[in-house]
Design a protein around this ligand. Structure first.
Ligand code: NCD
Length: 332
């Protein structure tokens, strides 16, 4: 019989995750965090993937995603290589991006990539599936398109925040800012379609409303959502507010400057409008859309969200390489 190759688990889009997977990842991440409490626990994690190597190929700016992936690799004992600027690689000599990425697959066991090009991660994953070394690809941000691992850590943060309030089901999440080009918005909105009676309020200037493709997908999935340009009304009824910055790196000719986004800045005086139990999130980096004075409020969860990202990525690496089986989970 012909030997059929099994494709690895690529992480390309948040639309590939279903509810059982999301619930599993939340429990796995919680369990893995407990290993952080002792030297023995951390040494155990370091042994899990000490035989694996990762390539971090990040050709768009990144602080958190890069560092949290790199640190996650270190936590499970993986060695890492990195390219953060394609002008230092043979792409500069005219090598195609496909050939460059195929080259990485000769040396490492996984490629974690951030790129300005939507769809590139999918293309590379399909190409590698046809080769003798089909290493897994993780999409760590693909232009304005998708950011599936950010969406996973956002779900983990929401889930943890609502653990005593019945979880994410039935909650209202308000997303604020540049909803048109924010990839975190696209990926998280899609994941929220996996929950029951969850509602999204999209609050943005008219110029930055969600794209038609996302709107149609959410309608087709039956997710309840509304779009508004009244931030204050939305805040009164929300369980979580997810603030994002203007994604002006995608401007063609400085058009963001012509949009008045100031009404969509979350200010300290907004806090009194919000529920006591509400949570405030931001994928970071922030500019003036999120008041520094909010940091001291117990509802601000973005610094935790950032650290949750590292643990979610540890969990994801163990899942991709099948060593999640070596983490003893509580009964689901
Ligand atoms: C986000 C991104 O890169 O899309 N940042 C992140 O990964 N934490 C959000 C942003 O850059 O605005």
């Amino acid at each position: 019989m012909e030997d059929r190759k099994v494709s690895p688990l690529h992480i390309l889009s948040s639309s590939q995750f279903d509810r059982p997977f999301l619930d599993y990842m939340c429990v796995l991440t919680d369990t893995i965090r407990r290993f952080d409490k002792s030297k023995e626990g951390l040494m155990y994690l370091q042994g899990l993937l000490a035989h694996k190597r990762a390539m971090l190929y990040f050709t768009q700016p990144s602080t958190r995603t890069f560092l949290s992936f790199q640190t996650a690799c270190q936590i499970v004992g993986m060695k890492t290589n990195e390219i953060r600027d394609s002008s230092t690689s043979s792409e500069r000599k005219g090598e195609s991006i496909e050939d460059s990425l195929r080259t990485f697959s000769s040396y490492v066991d996984i490629i974690i990539m951030r790129t300005p090009v939507p769809g590139l991660c999918d293309r590379i994953a399909s190409l590698l599936n046809e080769t003798d070394r089909p290493v897994p690809i993780i999409n760590a941000g693909s232009g304005p398109d998708e950011h599936p691992t950010q969406a996973l850590l956002d779900i983990y943060t929401l889930n943890r925040s609502f653990i005593r309030q019945g979880g994410i089901d039935g909650k209202t999440i308000t997303m604020v800012g540049d909803l048109k080009r924010g990839r975190t918005i696209r990926s998280l909105s899609w994941l929220l379609t996996n929950y029951t009676d969850t509602r999204i309020i999209f609050a943005s200037p008219p110029e930055f409303r969600i794209g038609d493709d996302l709107r149609q997908k959410l309608v087709a999935k039956g997710l309840r959502f509304e779009e508004t340009d009244q931030l204050e009304d939305a805040l009164r009824n929300t369980d979580a507010v997810y603030v994002t910055r203007v994604q002006d790196e995608y401007d063609q000719a400085g058009e963001s400057k012509k949009v008045d986004s100031s009404r969509f800045h979350l200010k300290h005086h907004h806090l009194k409008l919000m529920k006591e139990s509400a949570v405030i999130m931001h994928p970071l980096p922030r500019r003036d859309e999120l008041d520094l004075a909010i940091d001291a409020d117990p509802r601000a969860k973005y610094w935790r969200q950032e650290r949750n990202g590292m643990w979610t990525r540890v969990a994801l690496l163990t899942k991709i390489f099948g060593v999640d089986r070596k983490i003893v989970l509580p009964e689901l």
